[in-house]
Design a protein around this ligand. Structure first.
Ligand code: FES
Ligand SMILES: [Fe+2]
Length: 410
C-alpha cells in the first residue's frame, strides 16, 4: 500500500519542482525515507578528532537505530549498533564520552572496544559469550571525516573519496581539534533543511552575517554573477593555481559537490568582520585568504574547509517534522583559545545563519501543510535542489521497485 502510494507520488513529481506535499509531511513516508535513504547510504557521523583516544566514543541516532562510533585499542575508528545483546538496552547513553570497556547500564554485560562480549555476570556455566558480540556498522574514514553505513552491503565510496581528497587533504584535518559544537532541532522535514542549504537564493534577504564574507554564487561562471565577481574569481583562481590548490567543481554528479570559492573582497573567513577566525592556520598554509572548499554529500552533510578552520554540518531526521542539525568547528590542534582564536568570533556567523535557516525551514514546512500547497518551480540558482530531489526520487524509486533514471550531472 505505502509503496504503491509512494510510486504514485513519484509519478506525479515534476523534476525541477519542489516535491509533492506528502514527501515532506507524511510520517509513513518519513519511515520510508529512513529505510530507503538513511539505512542504505553512507552517513557522516563525526570528525575523527572528536574521538582522538582509544575508548573515546560518540553516539548518534539514525531513525530508530542508536549507533556508537568509537576508537578501539588499535586506534582504529569502529562503529556498532548501540544496543545490548542481552535484552537490547542502549549501552552508551551520553552523546560523547570515554570508556575503557562498554558496560551495559541495565545488567552490566561488559563489551571490549572491539565489540566482543567479555563478561555476562550470573549467566549459567558454559554460556558462550562469543555469539553475543555487538553488531558492527560499516565505517570509512575520508580526510578525517567518519562515514558510517547501516546497510549489509554498503555502496562504494571510492568515487567520493577520490573526488574530494585533493581539495580537503591540504587542510590537514587530522591535525585539528574541536573548538565548539552546536546541536539544534528544527521543526521541519529533513529534506527542507537540505533544500534550504543547497541554495543561496534566500541569502540576501536573510543572512546579513553570512554575506559579510560569503559570495552568493555557487559556480565560477554563474550566469547571475556580476563582472566584479568574475574579476574576484579570476584573481583567486590564479592564486590557488600558484599554490597547487584545486578549485574547479569536482565531478560528483548528484552524489556530491566539491568546489573552492573565494570570499568577498577584503574578507578571509566566516566571521562577522571578515577577519581571520584563528591566527594559527591549518596544515602548512601561510596565506589567510584561500576562500573555502565547500563540500556536500547526499543525503545530509555539508562542510566548509578554510585556511583557519573547518566546519562540519550533519543533519539527522527525527520525525517527519523534526530534524537535528549538528555543527562542529575545528581549528589547528595547537591553536590556543583566547590567544589564537575566540570561540564567539569563530562561531557567530554560522550560529546566526543556522538559526536563520532553521526559521526559514520551519516556515517552509508550515506553509507546505496548507491544502493550497502545490509543488513550485526551482529558480536557475536552485539547480542543486533539482539534483537533490532527483537523487531522492531515484532512491525512493529503488525502494518501491520502480527505479527512476537519474538525471545527468551538472
Ligand atoms: S540489557 Fe544489557 S545487560 Fe541486560
Ligand atoms: Fe541559508
Amino acid at each position: 500500500m505505502l509503496k504503491e502510494r509512494i510510486a504514485g507520488l513519484l509519478d506525479q513529481r515534476l523534476s525541477g519542482h519542489s516535491l509533492p506535499r506528502d514527501f515532506y509531511v507524511d510520517e509513513q513516508i518519513f519511515q520510508a525515507d529512513i529505510e530507503a535513504v538513511f539505512e542504505t547510504d553512507w552517513l557522516f557521523a563525526c570528525s575523527t578528532v572528536e574521538i582522538p583516544r582509544p575508548g573515546d566514543y560518540l553516539t548518534l541516532r539514525v531513525g530508530h537505530n542508536p549507533i556508537v562510533v568509537l576508537r578501539n585499542r588499535e586506534g582504529e575508528v569502529v562503529a556498532f549498533h548501540n544496543t545490548c545483546r542481552h535484552r537490547g538496552s542502549q549501552l552508551c547513553l551520553k552523546e560523547r564520552g570515554r570508556a575503557n570497556r562498554l558496560v551495559c547500564p541495565y545488567h552490566q554485560w561488559v563489551y571490549e572496544l572491539d565489540g566482543s562480549l567479555i563478561n555476562a555476570r550470573q549467566m549459567p556455566d558454559g554460556f558462550d559469550t562469543s555469539g553475543y558480540s555487538l553488531t558492527p556498522v560499516h565505517v570509512q574514514v575520508i580526510c578525517g571525516m567518519v562515514y558510517i553505513c547501516l546497510a549489509d552491503e554498503p555502496p562504494s565510496l571510492e568515487r567520493f573519496r577520490a573526488g574530494v581528497t585533493p581539495y580537503i587533504a591540504p587542510h590537514m584535518p587530522d591535525r585539528t581539534k574541536v573548538a565548539f559544537t552546536s546541536t539544534i532541532v528544527e521543526e521541519a522535514n529533513w529534506k527542507l533543511v537540505i533544500e534550504n542549504n543547497r541554495e543561496c537564493y534566500h541569502c540576501a534577504a536573510n543572512h546579513p552575517e553570512l554575506l559579510v564574507s560569503m559570495v552568493e554564487f555557487a559556480l565560477p561562471d554563474d550566469p547571475q554573477a556580476k563582472t566584479q565577481f568574475q574579476g574576484l574569481m579570476d584573481r583567486s583562481t590564479a592564486r590557488w593555481d600558484s599554490l597547487g590548490l584545486p578549485h574547479k567543481p569536482a565531478d560528483g554528479g548528484i552524489e556530491f559537490r566539491c568546489i573552492r570559492l573565494p570570499f568577498n573582497e577584503n574578507t578571509v573567513s566566516f566571521t562577522t568582520d571578515g577577519k581571520p577566525a584563528c591566527n594559527k592556520l591549518l596544515g602548512d598554509f601561510t596565506e589567510q585568504d584561500l576562500g573555502s572548499v565547500r563540500m556536500f554529500r547526499v543525503p545530509h552533510n555539508w562542510n566548509h574547509f578554510l585556511s583557519d578552520h573547518i566546519i562540519h554540518f550533519r543533519v539527522l531526521p527525527i520525525s517527519a517534522n523534526r530534524t537535528e542539525l549538528r555543527t562542529t568547528w575545528l581549528v589547528h590542534e595547537d591553536a590556543v583559545e583566547g590567544v589564537d582564536y575566540d570561540v564567539e568570533h569563530l562561531t557567530a556567523v554560522w550560529l546566526a545563519t543556522n538559526s536563520e535557516d532553521g526559521m526559514l525551514a520551519e516556515n517552509n514546512h508550515r506553509g507546505i501543510l496548507s491544502r493550497a500547497y502545490r509543488p513550485g518551480p526551482y529558480a536557475p540558482s536552485e539547480f542543486m535542489l533539482t539534483h537533490f530531489t532527483d537523487w531522492y526520487a531515484g532512491k525512493m524509486g529503488d525502494y518501491v521497485g520502480t527505479p527512476r533514471t537519474a538525471v545527468a550531472a551538472e
